[in-house]
Design a protein around this ligand. Structure first.
Ligand code: ADP
Ligand code: MG
Length: 640
């Protein structure tokens, strides 16, 4: 049984105790350990990613330079304003000349307008640069995901793929700003302020500088405390999301076992803990803010005190004091900005690493050079001494040899785990053989263009996947260019026309998410129509009839007979009664072919197939007997 979760208050205190949130040094050590763990997983060093990231912007070089220059001019223009206060107070106002005053104000107005214009242009070009980069990255990721091995995609899980496509690419874009442009601008601002103050009075500048360093120390300290906290908040949020996806994915199981209460309580505990942690992080964050502004106020007061003292002594003008007050903000703001962008930078860096790792993943199967195209085949498909080992070392096929002539039906039977699905995946070239070869009309399929080769075949699986949309859209997914006549024909052959015709909207009926509104047999028949409308030369049915009740199965059997007539087919079936008519039956177990032949040939051999067939017959006979007995008893009762 799953142990009940502790209540959130308990978990919160345990968390605080374990993390030692207020023990600065311990946190840093933990952080180092954590990042070492990450590095092990990644193998490449940060320099590699940074270099690669920077080279991504090679073609955007001119835009980056433009943005930097715009920022620089903006800061320089902004620095005029504190100085104008000094000029106004010390030089212009004492002259009492209205013309001079108005022209000075006009100049101020123009420079203010210019500054806004520069800010807008800088932000606009930044957005364009960011957009181009992120869109390009997303497209490349999508393109690459389409080439990756199925196993890798399954490992990433759907949630992982979505977060890579959406969050990681956007996070990667932000690195340029958090890691380069924002700190650069902040540094420029800081330097302008320091130099300006130095020009006015170095003693007062020193006071400002000391307070600034105090502030820097405080923010650095707090950001370091908060880092593991922020990370844990992010992890908690991700876990809650994953849990929710799981809960509502398996809602039927939850309801059937009446676990709604447990789920509700666990969810309550989780969000409560998350809330407590966010509250803690808010308290710390805003304390820093308050602390920082207090330091700022103290700095201002000190300037008034010391500057006022120098004024009384006659060594400092009123205008100079005003310059100091204004530039103090210029000193403090960049520090905040730099600290903030560095903490954001770590997040962005993680996104960049994940993005490049994805793009570096080896594609599954790549077309060789000089592959030939194939539009149809005439002889058949041949397996020659095929071995296949999964990447994890499981040997799934061992020296498999067979030939399917064009237009014939081959059935694959055997115990589950025997290698039937693996074999059909190899025919579809989802995987390449480990040794041996698969050939079509004598040409190794590795020498054919992959997309051409796959267009020869259609696949129907046991677990039918229908897309959210109308029945028409789902069937036409097999062939977007099919005509209405072809659509109706495919639906009729697959025996789904009758039930579709009875629906209110007929072919335009929307089937809900994953087609929940249809029965298993109906979904299966639509999937069959979808496979047929593609008019494949090779049809692969992997336990496509296992889920059906006997009525739907009868219908599908009938459909299959029509379909099999002139089409090469590989049919994997559990119920042997469905494949008696196949031209050839291959019995496969533990990756090896045990027997091969027609139904009657194999029965005569009295081998594995004979045993399997008899067992199934006995089972169905005993079920039949049970039925008979029950109905006899019922009849008797009725007679009484
Ligand atoms: P069948 O379809 O006959 O039930 P499969 O072809 O699915 O059998 O499986 C054959 C063997 O390969 C089994 O031992 C199974 O555990 C293994 N196998 C299947 N898929 C994978 C995979 N993606 N990675 C590793 N091993 C796998
Ligand atoms: Mg299987």
């Amino acid at each position: 049984m799953v142990p009940p979760k502790q209540n959130s208050r308990r978990r919160y205190y345990d968390f605080i105790k374990a993390k030692g949130i207020l023990k600065f040094k311990k946190n840093l050590e933990e952080e180092k350990k954590d990042s070492a763990k990450d590095e092990n997983a990644v193998r490449k060093n940060a320099g590699y990613y940074l270099w690669r990231y920077i080279s991504e912007f090679r073609e955007h070089r001119s835009k980056i330079i433009l943005i930097i220059l715009l920022g620089l001019f903006n800061s320089l223009l902004g620095a005029l304003f504190p100085w104008t206060s000094k000029v106004m107070i010390d030089y212009i106002l004492p002259q009492k000349n209205i013309v001079l005053l108005s022209s000075a104000c006009l100049a101020l107005l123009v420079s203010a307008a210019m500054q806004r214009l520069l800010t807008f242009s800088k932000d606009y070009y930044s957005q364009i640069l960011l957009g181009r980069f992120v869109l390009g990255l997303k497209q490349r990721q999508m393109e690459h995901l389409n080439t990756l091995p199925l196993v890798e995609l399954q490992k990433m899980k759907i949630g992982g793929i979505i977060s890579r496509l959406q969050d990681d690419s956007e996070g990667s874009g932000n690195l340029l700003f958090n890691g380069l442009l924002t700190p650069f601008n902040a540094l420029i601002m800081f330097l302008i302020a320091i130099i300006s103050l130095l020009v006015v009075n170095w003693k007062v500048m020193l006071i400002c500088f000391i307070f600034c360093m105090i502030m820097f120390g405080i923010t650095y300290f707090v950001f370091n405390i908060m880092r593991p906290f922020q990370r844990s908040l992010r992890q908690d949020r991700a876990l809650i999301n994953a849990g929710l996806a799981e809960t509502f994915g398996g809602i039927q199981v939850i309801r059937s076992f009446r676990r709604e209460n447990t789920i509700r309580k666990d969810y309550g505990t989780d969000i409560n803990l998350l809330w407590r942690k966010s509250l803690y992080s808010f308290v710390i964050g805003s304390s820093v803010h308050i602390g920082a502004w207090t330091v700022f106020s103290i700095t201002e007061i000190s300037i008034w005190l010391v500057g006022g003292y120098f004024f009384i002594n006659g060594t400092l003008s009123v205008g100079s004091i005003v310059v100091f007050i204004s530039f103090t903000q210029w000193l403090f703001q960049p520090i905040f900005q730099i600290m903030f962008s560095f903490s954001e930078m770590q997040k962005s860096m993680a996104c960049v690493e994940r993005t490049f790792d994805l793009l570096d993943m080896k594609p599954d199967i790549v077309d060789k050079e000089n592959t030939s195209n194939i539009v149809s085949f005439n002889e058949g498909i041949k397996f020659d001494n095929v071995d296949f080992v999964y990447p994890d070392g499981t040997k799934a096929l061992d020296n498999v040899n067979f030939f399917i002539p064009k237009g014939k039906v081959m059935a694959l039977v055997g115990p589950s785990g025997g290698g039937k699905t693996t074999l059909s995946n190899i025919v579809l070239r989802f995987y390449d053989v480990s040794s041996g070869s698969v050939s079509v009309d004598g040409t190794d399929i590795r020498n054919l263009s992959l997309s051409c080769y796959r267009s020869l075949m259609s696949l129907v699986l046991q677990d039918v996947f229908l897309f959210d949309g109308t029945i028409r859209e789902n069937i036409l997914f097999g062939n977007r260019n099919a005509s209405e006549k072809e659509l109706l024909h495919a639906a009729e052959v697959a025996h789904c026309h009758e039930f579709i015709d009875k629906l209110k909207d007929k072919y335009d009926t929307v089937i809900g998410e994953r087609g929940v509104k249809l029965s298993g047999g109906q979904k299966q028949r639509i999937a069959l129509a979808r496979a047929l409308i593609a008019n494949p030369q090779l049809l692969i049915l992997d336990e496509a009839t296992s889920n059906l009740d006997s009525e739907s199965e009868g219908l599908i059997q009938d459909a299959l007979k029509k379909i099999f007539r002139d089409r090469t087919t590989i049919v994997i079936a559990h119920r042997l009664s469905t494949i008696i008519d196949a031209d050839s039956i291959v019995v496969i177990d533990k990756g090896r072919i045990l027997e091969q032949g027609s139904h009657f040939e194999l029965l005569e051999k009295k081998g594995k197939y004979f045993d399997m067939y008899n067992k199934q017959m006995e089972k169905s006979k005993s079920i039949q007997n049970l039925w008979n007995a029950e109905s006899a008893a019922q009849e008797e009762e009725e007679e009484k």
